[in-house]
Structures are given as C-alpha cells and as structure tokens.
Design a binder for this molecule. Structure first.
Ligand code: KET
Length: 451
C-alpha cells in the first residue's frame, strides 16, 4: 500500500511538473519520431522553446536582466533584480566579507572535504541564533530547533517543501497574493498544492488585513502558510506588530503551520533583531514553524548560495527525528552543501568585531535604500507627477511596488531604457542619486502618456 502511495505521488508530481507551464512542456519524441526537418535527429527535436519575453513575463526579474544586458543604451538602468548596487551602480562585496575571506585563505588548516549532509554545524547554530535571538530563544535553549544548511533562500524553501510533501498530512500551502514569482513553482514542484490568500490592497497600496484574516480563517485546519518575515516582495508592505499578533493568534487557533521566508533580514529596518520580530513572536509562543533564511541580500553573498532551513519543533526528540529525515531529502538532491559561503558567514557571525562591522555595513545599505525612496518621492513631487506617490516612502525593504501598469512599464523600457518587472516592481537598491532624475522623468512621462 505504501509503495502504491509513493508511486501515485510520484505520478502526481510528474503531472504537476508537466502542467506547471509552457517551459516544462514534456517531450513525446523518440529518435524515430523526431522532426522530419533535415539534419534534425535529436531525441529532443520536438521540445518547445521556453518563453523568453523579458518584459511581459510576470516572473520577470531574471529575464529583465537578460534584456538589460542586450541594450546598448548608455542611460540604461536595471531595476529588475533584487540585488544591491552602490551609488556608482556597481555590485558591492561587503568589506567584512573580504576580511572574512582573507582569514579563511590565511588559515592553512582549512581543507575542502565534503561537509556533512546537513552542512556546517557552526553555521547552522549561528544561523538559528541570528533569526531566533541569541540568548532569548527558549527554542534554542531547549534544542527544539533543527537547522540545515541549504542553497540560499530558494534551496531552503525547496528542502522544506519536499520534507512537508513527504511527511506532513496537509498538502496545501497558502501564499500571499502577490508574492515572489518563484514561490508557486518551488512548492508545486515539491508536490504541494498552492493557493493564495489576500495580502495587498491596490487601492490603498497597503495591507489588506481584513481580506488576509478572512482567507486564513477559511483555510482548512493544518494548512501550511507562507509568510514573508519582513520586507515583503514585491509589495514592500509588511504587517505592523499589532497585525502580526492578530495573524499569529488566528494561525495558532486554527493550527495552521507557518513557513517563514526570511530573505531580507536587516534590509527592512536596518536592524537584524528588528526584522526578526515576526518570526520570534511565533517561536515565542511555543508552536511549530519553518524558517528559510538567505544570506544573499543581507551579506551580499548572492552567488555563494548560502542559506538555512530551520524547523522549530515542540520537543528535542521530535527535532532530532525531523533532522534525520531532512538528511534523506537532501542526500539524493545534492548530497551536501558547498563549504565556502557558509564558512564566510560563520566567520562573521562568531566574531564580535566582524559581526559589528557587518551590522554597520548592512545598516548603510538599508539607509541608502531609504534615501533613494526619499529622493524619488521628492523628484516626482517636484515634477508634479499626477497621483499619490507616498507609498514610495511608506513601503519597506528593497522594492517599491509602484502601481505602474504593464503598458507603462513597457513604455519606460522602450523610451527610457529602464528595466523593471512587468508588475511595476522597482528594486530601489539599483537606484542612485545620479539615476533618480532619469527614473522620475520616465515615470512622469509614463503616467502622463499612458493613462
Ligand atoms: N525569497 C524571496 C522573497 C526573494 O525575494 C528571493 C529572491 C528569494 C527568496 C531567494 O533568494 P536566494 O538568492 O535564493 O537566497 N529574490 C530576488 C532574486 C530572484 O528572483 O532570484 C528578486 O526577487 O529579485
């Protein structure tokens, strides 16, 4: 019976994968059935090209970058991908990261052996402390948390999702509408059914708390719930602490399972502890939850792919059994995680001086984004651009959800060489004092030309 169940769920996964989208179109070809066009005998001859439209693709950011790279204009501006840029528009390697790397290079005792399946033990402990609170967390003190090193935020979400699909009785996850475009795919491919809950109100450009509470209220008991820990992507709209408390009560009263995506700790308020408050509120009540952490943004370690999945359990015994099963998820997927990024993070988190230096650099990045918000808002006011643009300074984190329509976005790309996702999301971290006037001109022209 168990074997049959497993085969059925494998089949279901395969069907979901096939149905997930055009780009996943399955091949039905064999060498003999391949296309008759001359010279084309590939077994993949019938495979469909994946859609490449960089502008209309609502999942946008990565594709936006492709189009940006092809544009020869000297004034082109990439506000698509959520990656930090300096005032000069350059990628930033944090000074503290360079120092940590130097220490690692100088340490001749370091080797390049495989890490354990769950990753670097130091890194896992330090990551749990970073999100849950160093001394205060009863969950850490009671060994209720299992943490595994994963491939950045995306990999942490995927490992968590695979674990849930295998071991949890509820197979539905509710994600906010809108959310980061990759969420649906990650959870679908892991075998979970994805539904949405109301989150953003386009009229107020703020949180639709009523809709959110109603939708969570009608979710089936035990359903999984994806929450952005802070700096919600793409809206930049977070619940207040009072609203988080309302959400928490409802979640616990309905025994929903919270799964936090923490990709921007430190980027919302500039404070690592401040941005972890939502998560700590849930862990503080003794209930269970999942947390996916990424160091891509807050340490600028995008390409190192370093992150962690923590599962907070009710007892230490359960936590250790959960960890043993996580290994069975990870081992056949990528065996064990990479060593370099996790070593950098550990070196920074365990050394008081390096840690302090990191918090200063992180605060400087967050502050620069806040300054960009003010400058863009002022520039639009100075131009008398029609509409209320106060959401630019009210929204939090890396992104502004401008409210610009897809047509307006296309206009800005065509006429001003400014690249952003078609849902009107702007990465404020890609902006500088030098480029704000160009963006303000483009927005002004877009909203006055295309109504
Ligand atoms: N969660 C959220 C909410 C998120 O915005 C991202 C990345 C991730 C997780 C994954 O990040 P990772 O690099 O796997 O740690 N977002 C930006 C980059 C991308 O789309 O991959 C973005 O939205 O631009």
């Amino acid at each position: 019976m168990e074997g049959a169940d497993r085969r059925l769920s494998t089949l279901a996964r395969h069907l979901q994968t096939s149905a997930a989208g055009h780009e996943n179109a399955t091949i039905t070809c064999s060498p003999t059935s391949s296309s008759s066009s001359s010279g084309d005998h590939s077994i993949f001859a019938n495979i469909l090209p994946a859609p490449e439209d960089p502008i209309l693709d609502p999942r946008g950011a990565v594709f936006v970058t492709v189009a940006y790279n092809k544009d020869p204009s000297p004034v082109k501006l990439n506000l698509g991908v959520g990656a930090y840029r300096t005032e000069e528009g350059k990628p930033l390697v944090l000074n503290v990261v360079r120092r940590a790397e130097q220490l690692l290079v100088n340490d001749r005792s370091r080797v390049k052996e495989y890490l354990p399946i769950v990753g670097f033990a130091d890194f896992n402990k330090l990551s749990a402390k970073l999100i849950l609170g160093a001394d205060s967390s009863p969950a850490i003190k009671g060994n209720l948390v299992t943490t595994v090193q994963c491939l950045s935020g995306t990999g942490s979400l995927r490992v968590g999702a695979e674990f849930l699909a295998k071991h949890y009785y509820q197979r539905t996850i509710y994600i906010p509408n809108p959310t980061w475009g990759n969420h649906t795919k990650i959870f679908n491919l892991a075998g979970l059914a994805v539904k949405t809950y109301r989150y953003y109100d386009p009229l107020t450009r703020g949180l639709n708390i009523q809709g959110l509470l109603e939708d969570l209220g009608s979710a089936p008991s035990g359903a999984i719930l994806l929450l952005h820990a802070c700096a919600h992507n793409p809206t930049g709209v977070d619940p207040t602490l009072e609203q988080w408390e309302q959400i928490r009560r409802l979640i616990r009263s309905k025994s929903l399972l919270p799964f936090f995506d923490s990709a921007y700790q430190g980027f919302a308020s500039g404070s690592l502890d401040g941005d972890a408050q939502s998560v700590r509120m849930f862990v503080g009540d003794g209930g269970e939850c999942f947390i996916a952490q990424s160091y891509a943004k807050n340490m600028g370690l995008y390409g190192e792919r370093v992150g962690a999945l923590s599962i907070v359990c009710r007892t230490a015994d359960v936590a250790s059994r959960v960890e043993s099963q996580l290994k069975l998820v990870i081992r056949p997927m990528y065996s064990s995680p990479p060593i370099h990024g996790a070593s950098i993070v550990s070196a920074i988190l365990k050394d008081r001086n390096l840690y302090n230096e990191w918090t200063l650099e992180l605060k400087a990045m967050a502050d620069r984004i806040i300054t960009m918000r003010k400058q863009l808002f002022d520039a639009l006011c100075a131009r008398g651009t029609p509409g209320d643009w106060s959401h630019i300074i009210k929204q939090i984190g890396m992104f502004t959800f401008t409210g610009l329509s897809t047509k307006q976005v296309m206009f800005m790309t065509k006429e001003y060489h400014i690249y952003l996702t078609s849902d009107g999301r702007i990465s404020m971290a890609g902006l500088s004092s030098r480029t704000v006037p160009h963006l303000a001109d483009a927005i002004h022209a877009a909203v006055t030309t295309i109504v």
